[in-house]
Structure formats: structure tokens, C-alpha cells
Design a protein around this ligand. Structure first.
Ligand SMILES: [Zn+2]
Ligand SMILES: [Zn+2]
Length: 191
């Protein structure tokens, strides 16, 4: 995993995220030649209601707006974003999986080649993904059932312990990439 292009694409996709908590991107690719199948970033399911229009975090304190006409209010519970996000935001990994499905269903030109490539990656056990943060429990399950064998991430998410266990139980390789420099990557297995 040493393709600079992949990391640049990841960074570019993170910028598309509308989440006020974390900007996360995911790329599904073939580890053998870095062929990119699809990209995803976290966003709200209803694109007319974005996280960053409703929530803002300053010095670990969340502020929220009931609607656009109102002013920012301090979130005394500091949990409103988490609750809203659970019901309204799609994780980058899920979107990357959905985008690949969309290419196969709706893009007649790419469909045949992508299906051939996908089957090849599955057969070679080289279907991989790279994510900004270590995937949550639900995303790990989706990625594994989708056929991903290698997962790379830069930063550790809070529930990394659960994700490590699920990877270990399913013989999926989980790698942390140290630093986000474009010239040097050091990966190491986290279990
Ligand atoms: Zn958010
Ligand atoms: Zn997730």
C-alpha cells in the first residue's frame, strides 16, 4: 500500500464530508495494483439537511441550531450531535459500498469491467479499503461481508477494540498507517 494517488484521493474526498465532528473518506481498491473501485465520504442521508448546518464544535463543546433562522445554542448534554448522527448520517465505508453497487447497476460501460475486476479481487483475496478513521463495529461487519480482506486506516476511532476483535475473529487484516505524509508510509498490523 504505497500509492500516493490513493492517499491524495482520500484527502480530497474527506473535504466533501459535511460532518462537523469528523471528515472521513473511504476508498475500496485492489491491493495488488491499487485499482480503485469506489470512493465514499460521510454525509447526511437527507442532503438538504447537513450536519455542519446544524452542529458546530468549539473546544470540545457542541453548539446546535434547531433551524437555520435560529442562533447557535450551547448543547448542555454534548450528545445531540451523536444522537442526530446515528439517525441521519451515513458512514464513508457504507457510502463506498453503495457507490460500487451503483456503478455496477447503473453504469453500463463500467459494469462489465468492474464485475470482472471485482470477481478477480475476491478470488485473489486482495479487495481492500482505506479509511481516515478505523471503521466502527457496523462498518467493519459490512466491509467484511462485502468481501474486504485488508483494512487500512490513519487514526483510531473510540471503539477500535471491538473492530480489532471482529477482524481477528474473521481473519481480516487491519493496518494502521502512521502519519499522513505523502512520501512515507509505515503500516503495521494492529493485531
Ligand atoms: Zn456529523
Ligand atoms: Zn461506521
Amino acid at each position: 500500500m504505497k500509492n500516493k494517488n490513493l492517499i491524495l484521493k482520500l484527502i480530497k474526498n474527506e473535504q466533501l464530508s459535511t460532518c462537523s465532528a469528523k471528515k472521513i473518506a473511504c476508498i475500496i481498491f485492489d491491493e495488488k495494483d491499487n485499482f480503485i473501485f469506489s470512493l465514499g465520504h460521510n454525509h447526511s442521508i437527507n442532503k438538504s439537511e447537513n450536519c455542519n448546518d446544524k452542529f458546530i464544535k468549539i473546544n470540545n463543546q457542541w453548539y446546535y441550531k434547531e433551524n437555520n433562522d435560529k442562533d447557535w445554542e450551547k448543547d448542555l448534554t454534548n450528545h445531540k450531535h451523536k444522537e442526530w448522527s446515528e439517525s441521519n448520517e451515513v458512514h464513508a465505508e457504507m457510502e463506498a459500498i453503495n457507490n460500487l453497487k451503483n456503478i455496477c447497476f447503473f453504469n453500463f460501460v463500467k459494469r462489465i469491467y468492474f464485475c470482472y475486476r471485482f470477481r478477480k479481487s475476491m478470488k485473489d483475496n486482495t479487495l481492500s479499503c482505506i479509511v481516515t478513521y478505523s471503521p466502527c463495529k457496523n462498518c467493519i461487519k459490512s466491509l467484511i461481508s462485502f468481501g474486504i480482506k485488508n483494512i487500512y486506516y490513519f487514526y483510531e476511532f473510540d471503539d477500535i477494540g471491538n473492530s480489532k476483535k471482529i477482524c481477528f475473529d474473521n481473519a481480516i487484516r487491519l493496518y494502521k498507517i502512521r502519519g499522513k505524509q505523502l512520501s512515507f508510509y509505515e503500516k503495521y498490523k494492529t493485531y
